[in-house]
Ligand binder design. Structure first.
Ligand code: PLP
Length: 413
C-alpha cells in the first residue's frame, strides 16, 4: 500500500476528507458487529464526503457491501469500477431496473408493483435479479405492511421458481434506534422476526437479513443479524449526541470544512454587518469575511449562532449568513486575509464539530455534513492504493465466513 501524494489545497474553501479516518471507522464498526458483515452506506455522495473515494476506503477496511438510496448512485459505483455487493433501495416506478440488474446491483422491493417491474426487467436482460424484500416493521416509511407481506413473499417465491428473481435479502429499517429503550425498538425487533419467519415459511432463504443502521449497530447487538448498514458512523459522526460522542464509539469525524479569510478590516463601533444589519459592532473592532455561505451548505439558520475557529478562538457568526459569505467579529484580535477559518472538523485542533453546528442551528450532524455544497471542493487525504480492484479488501472473506461469502461479481445466470 502506498500513500498518495498530498493534494493541492484549493483556495477559498475546501472540505478535507480523511480517508484514514473512514477506514478506521469501518474497522471500529466491524469490531462492534463482529458476527455480521458491514455495508458502508454511501448515499448522497457519501453523506457529502465523496462517494467513490469513501467507498474505496470502506472496501479496503473490509466493508463487504455498499449501500445507496438511488439506483443512479449504485450505477455510479459500478462505473467507477466497484465490483462488490451493492444494494440500492429507493426505487420509483419506471426506475432503471434493467441497468441495475445487468450491473449486478441488488435491488429492493417493498410492494408488488416493484416485483412486477423487476421480473420484467430480469426477463429483458436474461439475468436473475438479486432482490431484497423490505418489510415495514413500524417505521411507516418505505417497506411492505404486514397485511401485504404474505402476498409479496408468495410473488417473490414464484419469481424464484421461474428463475427471474433470487431473494438475497429480507430487511427493514428502525424508526427510533437512536433512543435506547424506546418501545418501538422491541416492537420492530419482534415484527422483523415475524417477517423473517413468514419468509422462511414461504420457502425463501435469503443470503442476508439486515435491520441495523448506525445507532442500532452501536447499541443493539440483537439487531445485527447478518449485515449492518452503517452510514453516518462510517464518516465518524455519532448518530446522536444522547448516545455518545464519536470518541465514545472509537470513531473520528472524517470531514474538516475550512475557508480562507477573504478580508479583514477595522471598523468603528455602531457599524451594521451583513444583510438586514442583524448585527451591529459594539465598538471599534476587526471584522473578518469568511467566503462561504448558504450556497456552500452553511445554514442560513446559523446567522448569529454558527461557531467558527478563527485566529485561535471560537467566534460566532455576526449577522446573517449570505449566499456566498458571512462575517465574524474578531473583537479587535489580529488576523489577515488568507488566514484559515475552520467551520468544523474532528475537534482535535480546537475547532467546532459538525455536532456543534447541529446544536447551534437545531438540526442533526447528518444534515450538516450532507448539505455541504457542490461548490466546495472535496480534498481526499490519506488514500491508499492497494493495486487491486474494489471488490476485495481486507477481511471480507473473513467477515463473510460461515455465511457463504459470495463472489464479488457474476457467478449466476
Ligand atoms: C441512510 C440509511 C442507513 C444508514 O443510516 P445511518 O443512521 O446513517 O447509519 C441505513 N439504512 C437505510 C435504509 C438508510 O436509508
Amino acid at each position: 500500500m502506498n500513500t498518495a501524494p498530498a493534494a493541492a489545497r484549493p483556495p477559498r474553501a475546501r472540505a478535507e476528507i480523511d480517508l484514514a479516518a473512514v477506514r478506521d471507522n469501518v474497522r471500529a464498526l466491524r469490531a462492534r458487529a463482529a458476527g455480521a458483515e458491514l455495508m458502508a452506506v454511501v448515499k448522497s455522495d457519501g453523506y457529502g464526503h465523496g462517494a467513490l473515494p469513501c467507498a474505496r476506503a470502506a472496501r479496503q477496511a473490509g466493508a463487504a457491501w455498499l449501500g445507496t438510496a438511488t439506483p443512479e448512485e449504485a450505477l455510479a459505483l459500478r462505473a467507477a469500477g466497484d465490483t462488490g455487493p451493492v444494494l440500492a433501495w429507493l426505487w420509483t416506478p419506471g426506475g432503471p431496473w434493467e441497468r441495475a440488474i445487468a450491473a449486478n446491483i441488488d435491488v429492493s422491493a417493498s410492494a408488488r408493483w416493484a416485483l412486477t417491474e423487476i421480473t420484467a426487467a430480469a426477463r429483458a436482460t436474461g439475468r436473475t435479479a438479486r432482490v431484497h424484500l423490505k418489510a415495514d416493521t413500524g417505521l411507516g416509511r418505505n417497506g411492505c405492511q404486514p397485511a401485504d407481506w404474505p402476498d409479496l413473499l408468495a410473488a417473490a417465491r414464484a419469481a424464484e421458481a421461474e428463475g427471474t428473481v433470487r431473494v438475497t435479502g429480507i430487511w427493514s429499517h428502525f424508526a427510533c434506534a437512536d433512543e435506547p429503550g424506546h418501545p418501538s425498538i422491541a416492537a420492530q425487533l419482534a415484527a422483523y422476526r415475524e417477517a423473517l419467519d413468514a419468509a422462511e415459511r414461504a420457502g425463501l432463504r435469503p443470503e442476508v437479513r439486515h435491520l441495523a443502521n448506525s445507532p442500532a449497530t452501536l447499541t443493539l447487538p440483537e439487531s445485527h443479524y447478518d449485515l449492518v448498514r452503517t452510514g453516518v458512523s462510517v464518516y465518524g459522526l455519532s448518530p446522536s449526541p444522547e448516545l455518545g460522542t464519536p470518541q465514545d464509539f472509537g470513531l473520528r469525524p472524517a470531514m474538516t470544512l475550512s475557508a480562507d479569510l477573504a478580508s479583514v478590516k477595522r471598523v468603528p463601533g455602531g457599524h451594521g454587518v451583513s444583510y438586514g444589519h442583524a448585527y451591529t459592532t459594539p465598538g471599534d473592532t476587526t471584522l473578518a469575511l469568511v467566503p462561504v455561505g448558504y450556497a456552500d451548505g452553511v445554514p442560513r439558520h446559523a446567522s448569529g449562532s454558527g461557531p467558527v475557529l478563527v485566529a485561535g478562538k471560537w467566534r460566532t457568526i455576526a449577522g446573517r449568513v449570505a449566499m456566498d459569505q458571512f462575517v465574524v467579529d474578531l473583537g479587535g484580535d489580529a488576523a489577515r486575509a488568507g488566514d484559515e477559518a475552520v467551520l468544523f472538523g474532528p475537534g482535535d485542533r480546537g475547532e467546532p464539530t459538525a455536532e456543534d453546528w447541529a446544536r447551534a442551528v437545531g438540526t442533526i450532524g447528518y444534515e450538516i455534513v450532507t448539505r455541504v455544497g457542490a461548490r466546495v471542493p472535496r480534498v481526499h487525504v490519506g488514500e491508499v492504493t492497494d493495486g487491486g480492484g474494489q471488490g476485495g479488501g481486507e477481511g471480507v472473506g473473513e467477515a463473510g465466513a460461515g455465511r457463504g461469502a459470495r463472489p464479488a461479481q457474476g457467478g449466476r445466470t
